[in-house]
Design a protein around this ligand. Structure first.
Ligand SMILES: Cc1cc2nc3c(=O)[nH]c(=O)nc-3n(C[C@H](O)[C@H](O)[C@H](O)COP(=O)(O)O)c2cc1C
Length: 172
């Protein structure tokens, strides 16, 4: 989907926790009031729609591939996400996406809990995502993966310790 975003930024307050839940395909099955308020969508517009409705064109593909690869194995992921609002504005969050299970161990849903991104993290992540996106526009995710790996290494981590590195960056 091709969209023309605007530079209108929607503030995520320190106290805000932006929650949504999704089915196995990533369709929204629940969202909390702050999620609707921030995104500008009504329940009728958002529920049962894919989470990719919020996809901002500034987001590198690789981050979502890594997100899905991770949650599909049952592990959780922490990732910075720039989301698109209905008015084509945006907001940044640190999303924590995990798998919730039923008492019998079967899949229940995916749950994403998002908090505002720190200014320090923004200064680090925005240029990284720009670089990843530029690489993807030329050579796809094959080109952006080594850039992400080098970045993680420079921050003392790797793909295996992605969450810890993102948490550390959030505190910077
Ligand atoms: C629980 C859950 C929450 C998600 N939240 C977002 C989100 O806030 N923004 C977003 O762009 N993608 C989110 N995604 C990822 C989307 O499913 C999708 O992979 C992404 O928007 C990229 O779209 P594409 O896979 O069609 O390229 C979420 C996925 C799950 C399972």
């Amino acid at each position: 989907m091709s969209v023309t975003p605007t530079n209108i930024e929607h503030e995520v307050k320190t106290v805000d926790i932006v929650v949504s839940k999704g089915d196995e395909a990533g369709n929204v099955t629940y969202a909390n009031p702050i999620f609707f308020k921030l995104s500008g969508y009504t329940q009728a517009e958002l529920l049962e729609q894919p989470h990719s409705l919020l996809r901002h064109p500034d987001m590198p593909k690789l981050i979502f591939k890594f997100l899905w690869d991770t949650i599909k194995t049952g592990k959780d992921i922490k990732a910075f996400v720039k989301n698109l609002c209905k008015d084509r504005g945006f907001y940044w969050v640190l999303a924590h996406v995990r798998v919730a299970k039923n008492p019998d161990g079967s899949f229940r849903n995916y749950v994403s809990t998002r908090r505002g991104m720190s200014a320090g993290a923004r200064a680090i992540i925005e240029p990284l995502y720009k670089q990843l996106l530029e690489a993807e526009n030329i050579g796809g995710m094959e080109a952006s993966l080594p850039i992400l790996e080098t970045f993680l290494k420079e921050h003392g981590g790797s793909l295996d310790t992605f969450n810890e590195t993102m948490q550390k960056i959030q505190k910077s």
